[in-house]
Ligand binder design. Structure first.
Ligand code: IVH
Length: 685
């Protein structure tokens, strides 16, 4: 390819990928497969690497371009970023409407929109290119977080259509609930404090220093306001429609309302409907539609007079705080949990609520026997918001936070700057051991799916396993016939577990099979605090084997990309303990993978010469994992089925067209299970 041809191809790929991004993230109507998208992106990356002079600022490869920021520069807003005045009742909406009519002298149209519960952002586009993204800050000046915002796929780096040469648009950055839950699970897995709600998670993500990390959090955005005139546009509604035609993400849920009744209908519909949205909204925003009228109404010092927010009322009930339990997590963190007299709230019975930590208990000043107010806002988990002091029983005493672990009696510790108390007895405190065992067997770790929470508990209670290495000493004879009745839960019937022939054999087999789990997952599985899946992969790639990792110095650890002081310190502390080293030695002796498999060696050429088409959804792996495995074992991934395809690897929901084509060409269709056999046993069908 000549230089000229490369430039033409780079431009064409940029445009094409932008179009696909727009269809996927803005319209939610993708028109090519993820695989084909990735192939094109890879082609673009390769060409850009060869001809860096042709990299365009709007190239889809430039979303995660920037270097980690030490500090975000402060930028003054061209137009101040005001907030909205809040209202909570029909009365207040009526008053707002009356004020509007009085100023403009007649009835008017309103636009009702969802009030997204995220953080406000102001975007600047010049010649159709995203040039700056600034947070609200104090309304006068905010932080320039452009590099981080560029990682959000629904925010176009380049516009389409007849956009003006320069303009600003404002909106909200948010984290969808599913992503929030995924992120919190991941954080809890590595012992990091979870975020309290999606808004905090979005805000925390946007303030991260490394855009690469931000890109991993699947943030989204809706745009809802242009703070200046656009030529030929006279209403807010038309301005947003126009912005939509430039490829910007504007909600389809805005509506024009002509009177209070219509506004109230919109409010009531969304108060009920919001639980079905994939993200949180905390109310409705009502805006005067005509832009001339907006100007006439103008602003107070803080808010526009042409708009008002209606905030949904969080459902709140009163109930009795009966007692407080203290739960101990895998990392030893203590979480106080309130036991409440069961009460109905927003359609579900609530009987427990997290009290988070000692500070929160002190702040609320809740006491046993208190009548407390419990709320369920946008968030899913109910929380105690305050105490009804009128009903406090005489003599109720402030809660004295426990000072010893309720399970093992060890005195608790609380590190400077940390909110949680910890039980430091990480190696013999029962819930910590069970938690570590559960983590070890989990899907992303050693994936021993013949064991689960209940069975781990049983093995532990019978004194058969006290640490992860003990699992590998289990024999069929040791576990066959074990029995246990799990105490009856109030709702569920009591569970009777017993290890019959099949169960016992499966457990032993599952443990044996886990010896093949690749080294990076072993690092993750052993449960070093702050070492999640990604960090484990980085450590494995750098240190190659467990001995190197165990002997690594702090300096060497922090020299690894993405390993900071917190993680490095944690790795050092973990391997300083002789107990941990002994466990590693025992795992090693049992054949657990303690080094990186040599890639592309004969051992990984099981699939050499074979080409695969992967289609559908799989049970044990994501599609990308499957593709990685194929490559790791020497096979090739291809996009479409031809007579040269060796296998079609089919998950659930494989398209009927693919199936038909494979059958027509006589290409064998194999399942995930068969594929797993292929790469473990080499009995290729
Ligand atoms: S309009 C000058 N529309 O709520 C008015 N704001 O307390 C500009 N918000 O600062 C704001 N959804 O962060 C507007 N559809 C929406 C919104 C919205 C959420 C946020 C925004 C604003 C705050 C007001």
């Amino acid at each position: 390819m000549t230089r000229e041809e490369a430039k033409i191809r780079i431009d064409a790929l940029c445009e094409e990928l932008q179009e696909h991004n727009y269809r996927y993230y803005v319209l939610a109507q993708p028109s090519i497969s993820d695989y084909d998208f990735d192939q094109k992106l890879k082609e673009l990356e390769a060409l850009e690497a060869q001809y860096p002079e042709f990299i365009r600022p709007d190239s889809p490869t430039q979303r995660v371009g920037g270097e980690p920021a030490k500090e975000f520069p402060t930028v003054r807003h061209k137009y101040p970023m005001l907030s909205l005045s809040n209202s909570y009742s029909l009365e207040e909406i009526k008053e707002f409407d009356a004020r509007v009519r009085k100023t403009i002298g007649h009835e008017t149209e309103y636009v009702c929109e969802l009030k997204y519960d995220g953080l406000a952002i102001s975007l600047s586009y010049e010649k159709g290119i995203l040039t700056q993204a600034v947070t609200r800050g104090d309304g006068v000046q905010g932080d320039d977080v452009t590099q981080n915002v560029k990682t959000i796929r629904s925010i176009p780096l380049k516009l389409r259509g007849d956009y003006p040469p320069e303009f600003e648009i404002r909106g909200e950055i948010l984290m969808p609930r599913a992503e929030f839950e995924r992120l919190n699970r991941e954080r809890e897995e590595i012992g990091d404090a979870p975020f309290a709600n999606p808004r905090n998670a979005a805000a925390g993500s946007l303030k991260m220093q490394d855009p690469k990390e931000v890109a991993k959090r699947k943030l989204d955005a809706f745009l809802y306001y242009i703070p200046h005139d656009l030529s030929g546009i006279t209403t807010h509604y038309d301005a947003l429609k126009k912005a939509k035609s430039w490829g910007l993400k504007i909600s389809d849920n805005m509506a024009i309302c002509r009177n209070i009744a219509q506004i109230m209908e919109y409010i009531n519909d969304w108060d009920k409907g919001r639980q079905h949205l994939p993200y949180d909204i905390d109310g409705i925003v009502i805006k005067v539609n005509g832009l001339e009228m907006q100007k006439q109404l103008s602003y107070t010092a803080k808010n526009p007079r042409w708009a008002i927010a209606y905030k949904f009322k969080a459902e709140r009930v009163e109930t009795l705080l009966e007692s407080i339990d203290y739960q101990i997590g895998r990392t030893g963190a203590i979480t106080p949990v309130a036991n409440l007299k069961p009460v109905l709230l927003a359609g579900t019975t609530v009987k427990r609520a997290s009290l988070h930590n000692a500070d929160i208990i002190a702040q609320l000043d809740v006491r046993i026997g208190d009548t407390v107010y419990v709320e369920k806002g946008g968030e899913i988990i109910p929380k105690i918001v305050s105490v009804n002091l009128d009903k406090r029983p005489a003599g109720a005493q402030p809660v004295k936070f426990i000072d010893r672990c309720p399970e093992c009696g060890t005195p608790l510790v609380r590190q400077e700057g940390e909110a949680a108390h910890y039980c430091p007895n990480e190696d013999t405190c029962p819930p910590q051991i069970k938690g570590k065992l559960e983590h070890f067997i989990s899907r992303k770790a050693m994936n021993i799916d013949s064991l689960g929470e209940g069975k781990i508990e049983m093995l532990y209670d019978h004194g058969l396993v006290k640490n992860v290495a003990d699992l590998y000493d289990l024999t069929y004879e040791m576990i066959f016939g074990l029995e246990k009745v799990i105490p009856a839960d109030e709702e569920k019937k009591e569970k009777h577990i017993s290890f019959r022939e099949k169960t016992a054999a499966n457990i032993i087999k599952g443990i044996k099979q886990s010896e093949k789990v690749p080294f990076p997952r072993v690092i993750y599985a052993i449960g070093i605090r702050y070492v999640g899946e990604t960090v484990a992969k980085k450590l494995a790639a750098h240190f190659k084997n467990m001995d190197n990792l165990m002997e690594a110095s702090f300096e060497e650890l922090v020299s690894v990309e993405e390993i900071g002081e917190k993680i490095a310190g944690s790795v050092i502390r973990f391997f300083q303990k002789p107990e941990h080293r002994e466990i590693i030695e025992r795992l090693k002796a049992r054949g657990v993978q303690m080094q990186l498999a040599e890639t592309k060696s004969s051992a990984s050429a099981l699939l050499s010469g074979k080409s695969f088409v992967v289609s559908g959804v799989f049970e044990h792996h994501s599609r990308n994992e499957i593709k990685e495995l194929i490559e790791r074992f020497g096979g090739k991934n291809t996009g479409s089925i031809s007579s040269k395809t060796s296998y079609v690897l089919a998950g659930a929901n494989m398209g009927p067209a693919k199936k038909e084509k494979a059958e027509k060409l006589g290409v064998p269709i194999i399942s995930e299970k068969e594929f797993e056999k292929m790469i473990t046993k080499s009995d290729i069908p």
